[in-house]
Design a protein around this ligand. Structure first.
Ligand code: GDP
Ligand code: MN
Length: 355
């Protein structure tokens, strides 16, 4: 049984102990809370790190991602666009076309990544000269970011015949993926609404490219990438260039099922007959409707508009075989696994440089 608590008579010695204790407590509390205390004034001189003062406000930025709109009227809603370009070579025609885009430049951030090779150095110099000129002009971009790659490009030659050899694809496209990922993860902002991937050799697009693509309000949307050339009779003609935008086929799926985990199912090679439906050849069906949409399973990245939320969800460019796909085609697959869909515009064309 517990003893009931009642008034306890203190002995005289207890009063003395209590008073000493109270005095000590007051002293300790004063010592700990005094602003100009002895301990402070000594550490001030001995510590290289200044103590935070109440007067210094740290730089805090708050972003409510729900308020970053991604709509079919990006100009009206002042949506910020990030244009990302991996660049191995500089083409003046690319820059001239870029500057002609009539989306408000004050809403556009440009991001570039260039390899640290001789060609990459030359491209960087040429690019910087144009940036300086444009940023001093009447319509400067909101911000420009130039990055140099921190790894070696796998191919010594950037010539088209060398680039497109089947044996070179795995290493080349893995390197391309890493370049794209580095660029994306260092530039995507909390206020970015859209990411436009635009290759450095896209030399001709409608000036309304961004508005046109965004007006479809699709997660990933890709125009048809063509190439102009002079035919045998000397007449100006055009042909399909990018075969990475496609709809999957049963044949390709069956082929993939027989492959090892590290094998790639690439498009546009005789050695790998996939019988996928290529957007490159779809435009023949109906030439006039530039707004015609088709669902896609794989996308090319020569010009590709992506809702920034797709990337923010984690969709990137796999630098390894992902469902036997790599780079931009792997990206479409990864986005799909995250619940986002790819759309193609067979009759809306952009043009690739012709070497
Ligand atoms: P293709 O048109 O499919 O043959 O592909 P490209 O060789 O044109 O490459 C696509 C884009 O990536 C272009 O903008 C190139 O300038 C760029 N590029 C190619 N290789 C590299 C590389 O190693 N590093 C970087 N940073 N960019 C590259
Ligand atoms: Mn190219």
């Amino acid at each position: 049984m517990a003893r009931p608590m009642g008034p306890v008579r203190l002995r005289r010695t207890n009063y003395v102990t209590l008073s000493i204790g109270a005095a000590l407590c007051i002293f300790i509390i004063y010592f700990l809370t005094s602003p100009g205390g002895h301990s402070r004034s000594t550490t001030k001189h001995s510590s290289p790190i200044p103590k935070p003062s109440h007067k210094v406000r740290r730089d805090v930025q708050r972003f409510d991602l729900n308020k970053v709109t991604i709509t079919n009227d990006p100009v009206g809603n002042k949506e910020k666009i990030l244009i990302l370009t991996p660049m191995a070579r500089f083409y003046q025609e690319y820059w001239d076309n870029l500057v002609k885009l009539n989306y408000p430049h004050e809403l556009i951030t440009l991001g570039f990544i260039l390899p640290k090779s001789k060609e990459g150095n030359a491209a960087t110099t040429a690019l910087q000269a144009q940036i300086t000129k444009t940023q001093k002009g009447a319509r400067p971009f909101r911000k420009v970011i130039i990055e140099r790659q921190d790894f070696e490009p796998p191919l010594a030659s950037q010539d088209e015949s060398e680039r497109h050899k089947l044996a070179n694809q795995k290493d080349r496209r893995a390197a391309m993926s890493k370049a794209r990922n580095s660029l994306l993860f260092t530039t995507l902002g909390p206020d970015t609404s859209w990411v436009l991937w635009l290759d450095a050799d896209i030399v001709e697009t409608p000036p309304t490219l961004i508005q046109d693509l965004a007006s479809h309000n699709k997660d990933l949307i890709v125009p048809n990438c063509f190439q102009r050339y002079t035919d045998d009779s000397g007449k100006l003609a055009e042909r399909a260039y990018d075969f990475n935008s496609w709809q999957d086929s049963n044949t390709a799926q069956e082929l993939a099922a027989t492959m090892g985990p590290e094998d790639l199912l690439l498009e546009g090679y005789e050695e790998l007959p996939t019988y996928r439906t290529l957007m490159a050849y779809m435009e023949l069906e109906d030439m006039n409707d530039v707004r015609a949409e088709v669902p896609l399973d794989g996308v090319g990245g020569t010009a590709l508009l992506v809702k920034a939320d797709v990337h923010r969800d984690g969709a990137m460019f796999p630098p390894f075989p992902f469902y036997h796909l790599i780079e931009t085609e792997g990206f479409a697959k990864m986005a799909r696994r995250l619940g986002w869909h790819a759309t193609g515009l067979p009759n809306y064309k952009v043009y690739h440089y012709n070497e």
